[in-house]
Every structure is written in C-alpha cells, then in structure tokens.
Design a protein around this ligand. Structure first.
Ligand code: SAM
Length: 404
C-alpha cells in the first residue's frame, strides 16, 4: 500500500536513492526517518521542518501541497480567484480522465423476476444504467488489504490510486441515484474517513454508523479496532424513504432484566421498541458455515442488509450494489421484494447458486424481522412474564388499574 513517493518527488529527491535522501536530511536537518515518514504517509511537514524545507531546498508549502495532492482551502480560494486561467489549462486533461471511466466488458449472467446480475467491472455496468434511476446504492468495496479475491483483482494499490478509483465508482453511483435516493458504503474507518470529504461535496450527510465488530487483533500503542464504518448519505436534501426499524430493549441473557435503567418511564415506552441509534451492536460477522457462502470472503450479514434496505426503500424500489461478492445484497433484495442490479468482477457462480437456493436463507431472514419492532422479542417477553418482570402489557394493565 502506501503512497507513491509524492513527497520525495516534490522535494526533488529520487526515492530509490538513499544517498539523495541522506543529502536532503543533511541540507534540512530533518532526520532520514522523519523524511521517510512524510513520504510514506504523504504528510505535509509543518513547523520548523516546513521552514527548513523552504529555506534550504527552496520549496514552498504551496508547491508541496500541489505536488503531493494535498490542497487546502487556501489553495482552493486562490484557484477560485483564478478559475478562468486554471480551467483553460486543466480542461483537456480532466475530460480525458472523465471519459475514460468504463473499462472492459460486462455480461448479463443471471436474471430473476426482480433483478439482473452482470459479470464485469462495476464502472462498465454503471455506464449502462440511466441517470437518476436507482433508489438505493449499497457498496462494500474491497478494502485494499492485500486480500485474494476470486476475481483476482489487485487489492494492494497505492493509497492515492485507491482513493481516486473510489471517487470514480462513487461518482457513477451518485449519477445513477434518484434525487432523494440513499447511498450507503461499508468500509474501514481509515478509508471512510478519507472518502467522506468527497461525499460531502456531492451528497447530504445523514450518518456515520459505527457497527461494533472487532476486525483485527489488538495493536500495541493503539486502541483495539472495534467498529466498521457504514456511511449513509442521500442525494439532495430529503430522503425519499426513511423507515427506521425500532429495536427491542437490551436484556440480560441470564436474568432477562433490562440492561439500561429506564426508571419511571416504563409506561411511556413505545411498544414497537427503542429508536435505532447510529451505533449498531447486534450485527455479528458471518461465521456460521450454514450462512457463510464463500470461504475467506468478506460476506456481510443478512441482518445488516435487511436493516439498510428496509430503512431506505419500499417494495418495488431499485437497489444497486456495485461489488457483488457472495451476493448478500441481491439475496436480501429478493427476499424483501425489491428490484436489484448487481455487478461482480467475477466469477459469479457463488452468487447465482445462492440466489437459486434462497429458500435456505428465508427462515433466518424471517427470524430477524420477527425479533425487532417490539419492546421484547416473544421468547424474552415470555421469560419476563414467568419471572414477574414488567412487560409493555403489564405496565398498561397497572396504569389502567390505578386509574380505575
Ligand atoms: C468486500 S467484497 C463484497 C462482499 C459482499 N458485500 C457480500 O456480502 O458478499 C468486494 C467484491 O467486489 C468485487 N470487485 C472488486 N472490484 C470490482 C469492480 N471493479 N467491479 C465489480 N466488482 C468488483 C470483488 O471481486 C469482491 O467480490
């Protein structure tokens, strides 16, 4: 991973030459390790280091920012003041990149009453989708973590290439999204924290949803990474659809008492459960062999997709997922009677098999729905009744008895 030596290039140092790096270190009195840090992380130096680079190498902060692709709002202001001249210089190069979006071919490999699955690059697939036509985009892209996918795509590219590729597919997703449509993307906080900058320029922010799943081992001198980021943006000001599920109250698995103290407000609780927050603690990684469709893949949980699709679409709406994987989004769209369009670089046989055997997942899918939008799932409610712990019904009865 890493960046492609933009700092060394900006200060005219050949990245492969340790003699040149040492010479820059001597000239600036910045240690070799610190110069390498700026280079590896593509960080603009600050304080005395920045002053020294200016004084001893004759390179300004502006040059560093432009050559390292790290422009700030002051540069943007200056660009806006000179927009005519800048546009004239950049327009042709920009058009070339913009028109060079779709690559390869895409082939329709499977179709149902509700959906179509294409094998090919998602940019190619999207190039054939009409603007403003889909209600929800859900995207779970590769995380650039050197994973080996069956499609054999390169999952270890330079950071700036990953980000510019992400901007390309996101731009296409935004183009095909209906005004009022929802855009969700699932990624590591590392990547989503960088991508929000771009998303904020095209869409309206709704939520950064932290999904509590541990995804790596504890790291020395750092906090234990314990959440994935699910970004939720919409196109335009208002969502066309927002049907948020309500969650059951959290109860102790041993004594069935509630985990949080709701004090004297029990009788005021909504019988449909508590409001969903932007921290989701009930999404487990897919480990169970029965539900895991693809060994070693990043298959997402049906519960997650069910919640997202429920929140942002109605029956008959169109869902698009550019990164098929094992086809979780398409399977849940089918089960929820949504139309869908899918893309997977390939091969697609796992997705096709899954969609042909959807009955296997139906029971689990239905069990998810039957345990939400209530204060207590049926089993827990019965246990509480057995133990004489309050339920919504017992509280209503108590209230009525008092007023009689
Ligand atoms: C993280 S997985 C998605 C997993 C999926 N959400 C699931 O629950 O099974 C990402 C998938 O995107 C596919 N992929 C990568 N680049 C792609 C591209 N340019 N177009 C289409 N699919 C791509 C990979 O082959 C991989 O299967």
């Amino acid at each position: 991973m890493g960046y492609s030596n933009q700092f060394f290039k900006a200060i005219n140092v050949e990245p492969s030459s340790s003699a040149e790096i040492k010479s820059a270190a001597r000239a600036t009195s910045i240690s070799v390790a610190q110069l390498k840090y700026y280079n590896e992380k593509n960080i603009i130096p600050s304080g005395k280091d920045l002053e020294s680079i200016g004084e001893n190498l004759g390179i300004t902060e502006l040059e560093l920012m432009i050559n390292m692709g790290r422009i700030n709002h002051a540069v943007l202001d200056a660009m806006q003041s000179n927009s005519n001249k800048i546009i004239e210089i950049l327009q042709n190069d920009y058009n070339e990149v913009k028109n060079n979006l779709a690559i390869g071919t895409s082939k329709l490999v499977f179709e149902t009453r509700l959906g179509k699955l294409f094998e090919g690059d998602c940019l190619k697939v999207m190039s054939q989708i009409e603007s403003d036509s889909v209600d929800l985009v859900f995207a779970d892209p590769p995380f650039n973590l050197s994973k080996l996918y069956p499609s054999k795509m390169d999952d270890n590219i330079k950071v700036e290439n990953y980000l510019s590729w992400s901007e390309k597919w996101i731009a296409e997703c935004i183009r095909i999204l209906k005004p009022g449509g929802a855009f969700f993307t699932w990624n590591l906080p590392l990547w989503n924290s960088k991508l929000t900058g771009y998303l904020h320029t095209r869409l309206s922010f709704r939520h950064w949803i932290a999904t509590d799943i541990k995804y790596s081992l504890p790291i020395k001198n750092k906090l234990y990474p314990s959440h994935y980021s699910l970004l939720y943006f919409i196109k335009g000001e208002k969502p066309n659809t927002f049907n948020s599920d309500r969650m059951p109250m959290q109860t102790c698995p041993k004594c069935y008492g509630e985990v949080k103290d709701y004090g004297g407000y029990k009788h005021k609780m909504n019988p449909k459960g508590v409001s969903l927050t932007d921290v989701w603690q009930d999404i487990s990684p897919v480990r169970h062999a029965k539900y895991k469709k693809r060994e070693g893949s990043n298959e997402l949980s049906i519960k997650l997709l069910d919640r997202v699709i429920e929140m942002s679409t109605n029956e008959g709406d169109i869902v698009f997922d550019p990164f098929g994987g094992s086809g979780t989004t398409y399977a849940v769209a089918e089960l929820k009677n949504r139309k869908w369009i899918g893309a997977e670089l390939g091969p697609c046989d796992i997705i096709i098999d899954r969609l042909q055997q959807l009955d296997e997942e139906k029971e689990y899918f239905e069990s998810i729905r039957s345990n939400i939008n209530c204060l207590f799932p049926q089993k827990i409610k019965m246990e509480r009744e057995k133990r004489g712990i309050w339920t919504y019904e017992s509280e209503q009865k108590r209230k009525n008895d008092i007023s009689d």
